[in-house]
Design a protein around this ligand. Sequence first.
Ligand code: FA5
Length: 335
Amino acid sequence: MNEKMMNIKKIALEELKDLNKEADVLNCKAKYLGKKSELNELLSSLKDLSVEEKKVMGPLLNQTKRELEEAFSKKIEEINNHIDYDFDETLPVYAKTGSLHPVTLVIKDMTDILKRMGFTVVSGPEMEKEYYNFEALNIPKDHPARDMQDTYYLSNGDLLRTHTSPNQVRAMQKYGAPLKVCAPGRVFRNEDMDANHETTFFQLEGMVIDKGVSISNLIYVMRSLLSETFKKDVRVRLRPGFFPFTEPSFELDCSCLMCDGKGCPTCKGAGWIEFCGCGMIHPNVLRESGIDPEEYTGFAFGFGVTRLAMMKYKIGDIRVLNSGDVRALNEFEVE
Ligand code: FA5
């Protein structure tokens, strides 16, 4: 029996060696390991052996079966890793060409509009120092305002920026006053996700510092920016807000374009979507960055660009934008 078993193994492995198609390997496997295979017959005839013989042959037959199974699996894996594709290079390509992401398009539109107004585009790191994200923005350690934005801290003591406002400080310290800059970028917050909250989203920061800058300048820039971005009139409302780095502070809401302000799951029934925080730059922030608040004033704003993209392209759930699902993103009419 032992000799027969060794012989079966030898022939099976020889035959397997020359195969290069998965179907052939499977046929070969059925031949040598299937129900009607010689090896299976040997296994069935174990019952006729004496107890002593069974003790020897049983494990040997099972081991041979396992070894052959492994050899067949290995061969199939090898074949699948080396598939030669036949290409017909003359066939026409019907694949859809790529398109820009809705958020990318909104950022491009908004920065183009701001550039026409004389703003310079600047940027800063996504991994940020606490100093730029908080301290220099008039949010010292243990200030309750730190809880407004749940922060991802890094093991080296830095953090993932929770907003694009650190760019205000970096720009003021680099360029001084007068200043007119905008800074789009990705930000991160450890928040619960829902239809209009993500943990990773985009903001667009803007700031203007000069002599005699006032709230009316802020309102003018915001209004022009929004009407040009949406290419139509959108209903907005400004309400008092609180940010430690601006005084006075405001929040700007846009009438929900998914439901025309009637209330829907996207705006959670409110009819309004919060778009932006803004205000006049706090004197402490100007001073910290070496600008004299007696001489200069300024305004700053931070738009939630991902929410703007939702409204512009009528995307009811913010999570779709980060899903990376091309089929979902292709559904939106993006010019
Ligand atoms: C800020 O982040 C301030 N830095 C904005 C600012 C800049 C104020 C300059 C004053 C001067 P806030 O946390 O409200 O503010 O976020 C700004 C906008 O980002 C919101 O209005 C909203 O449109 C968007 N936003 C906030 N949290 C989320 C989130 N989890 N998912 C998607 N968008 C969000």
